[in-house]
Design a protein around this ligand. Structure first.
Ligand code: NAD
Length: 473
């Protein structure tokens, strides 16, 4: 049982202003796995005041001091990597191989990338007689979701620290454990008091307190479109900068070539990873009509081969995060059936033999791009396959979405892949997969307006100041 009842404010672990706790549920067992305190606006006030006080000195700290601290953080992160992985499995149900693997790798990779970027980042540039300075924006409110809990915190907290900002983090109530351990790691690094603060609790209470706060200069939010819209409205009266990293309904175009069957199979299994709860998951797969039979056979086989079960064991897929998420996914599967979409794998209910825990069957439909399940973000292991006539048609379908977070193209002809990649209206396109910590991550359209990762993530936290006649001619 984990009981994380204190908040991290001004360099110390402190009690909430008003004691109130909530249970944290293990999604694989439905049992209580621990408790957190639920903060109030008064806790946010304390955390923001600490961050404001610390900003005076941290904003003018040297790059060397910041690098030393970030490197100490990385050493401590590596030392506690196993604890982070176990916490992620317990809080949101990622299989141990994924929790200890990619989840932990991502958090540490972002920290290492921030160190590398900071080593060469130019905070000042002289152009002619004008000096351009990139200055820390101030006190930042960081609000994160549960789906890649460590990654989402890492892509906000580390660049904020590196750029000289101070921050208050509000982690997801459903998955609060990895953030707690990360706060302990940050504390152990010797970061000055108040530079980083963390308050746990509900989004409607703490999120609103942060977004409406007079003394918060910017909000970085990752989560759903609907809450992103609410945050933008709440932040408007104080004219804060708001970075939004929202949902997606990304499309992967499978080209018509000898690799089609492998590409369909690989991308079907890939989409089910993390139980489909990945904002950038390619949840629409576009295949040539002429190869639809091959695609159906390959996707059905791949989905049926995904092993689902106890995430502490050797499985490919654990549960989804909560009862609410399970119910929402079931409703989408039912909607697909009701609308006449062709179910080719999975379907309603839990996988056979799993009577407890929020387990969903790896599910695949064949449908058209106007169906509900092709247009809305399901955020579960539900893939839709859509046929296309030719490449122009594939691009048209891929771009016919309110979202534009990510996408992909899979095929043997690199030139053809490049052509499709350039035509897709989304922020991150993978040609036959690929991964790069220095690539910008963020969306077009209703997938948001921010860009995180690498040096792009630094600019989220920086103001631009011009000083003219700095070097008189
Ligand atoms: P969510 O929007 O429900 O919650 C995200 C965070 O916002 C949580 O910490 C929550 O407590 C908080 N929150 C809730 N109400 C709030 C309010 N009124 N004001 C301020 N904060 C509030 O999202 P979720 O269910 O935790 O995460 C899933 C969503 O996140 C999906 O839509 C997914 O696509 C998206 N996501 C996007 C990215 C990206 O980088 N673009 C990455 C991961 C997840």
């Amino acid at each position: 049982m984990r009981d994380y009842l204190k908040f991290y404010i001004d360099g110390a672990w402190v009690d909430p202003v008003t004691p109130k706790t909530a249970e944290v549920i293990n999604p694989a067992t439905e049992a209580v796995s621990g408790h957190i305190s639920l903060g109030s606006a008064a806790d946010i006030d304390k955390a923001v005041a600490a961050a404001r006080k610390a900003f005076a000195s941290w904003s003018v700290s040297s790059v060397k001091d910041r690098l030393d601290i970030l490197k100490a953080m990385k050493a401590e992160y590596d030392r506690r990597a196993g604890e982070l992985g176990a916490a992620i499995t317990e809080e949101m149900g990622a299989p141990a191989s994924l929790g200890n693997g990619f989840h932990v790798f991502l958090g540490g990779g972002h920290l290492q990338t921030v160190i590398e970027v900071l080593e060469t980042f130019r905070f000042e540039e002289l152009r002619g007689s004008t000096l351009t300075r990139h200055e820390p924006i101030g006190v930042c409110g960081l609000i994160t979701p549960w789906n890649w809990p460590l990654n989402q915190v890492a892509v906000k907290v580390f660049p904020a620290i590196a750029t000289g900002c101070t921050s208050v983090l509000k982690p997801p109530q459903l998955a609060p454990y990895s953030a707690q351990i990360l706060a302990e790691i940050i504390h152990a690094s010797g970061l000055p008091a108040g530079v980083f603060n963390m308050v746990q609790g509900s989004g409607s209470v703490l999120g609103t307190a942060l977004t409406t706060h007079d003394d918060v200069d910017m909000i970085s939010f990752t989560g759903s479109e609907s809450i992103g819209v609410q945050i933008a409205k709440d932040a408007a009266p104080t004219v804060k900068r708001v970075g939004l990293e929202l949902g997606g309904k990304s499309a992967i175009v499978i080209l018509d070539d000898a690799a089609l069957i492998d590409n369909v199979a690989g991308n079907t299994a890939g989409m089910m990873s993390n139980s489909g709860q990945t904002c950038s998951a390619n949840s629409r797969m576009l295949v040539p009509f002429s190869r639809m039979d091959d695609a159906i056979a390959a996707a059905t086989k791949a989905a049926n081969e995904v092993t689902v079960g106890d995430p502490t064991g050797n499985v490919a897929m654990g549960p989804v995060v909560s009862k609410g998420q399970y119910n929402s996914i079931q409703e989408y599967i039912q909607k697909g059936i009701d609308e006449g979409d062709q179910l080719i794998a999975g379907g309603l209910g839990r996988p056979e033999g799993l009577d407890k825990g929020w387990f969903v069957k790896p599910t695949v439909f064949v449908t058209t791009n106007d169906s509900t399940i092709a247009r809305e973000e399901i955020f579960g292991p539900v893939l839709v396959i859509i046929g296309y006539n030719d490449i122009d048609h594939a691009v048209e379908i891929a771009n016919d979405s309110n979202f534009g977070l990510a996408g992909g193209v899979a095929g043997l002809d690199q030139e053809a892949c490049r052509d499709v990649a350039k035509r897709l209206r989304a922020g991150l396109i993978g040609i036959n997969g690929g991964f790069d910590f220095h690539a910008a991550f963020g969306g077009y359209k209703r997938s948001g307006n921010g860009r995180e990762w690498g040096k792009f993530g630094f600019h989220e936290y920086l103001e631009i100041k011009s000083i003219t006649n700095y070097e008189p001619a």
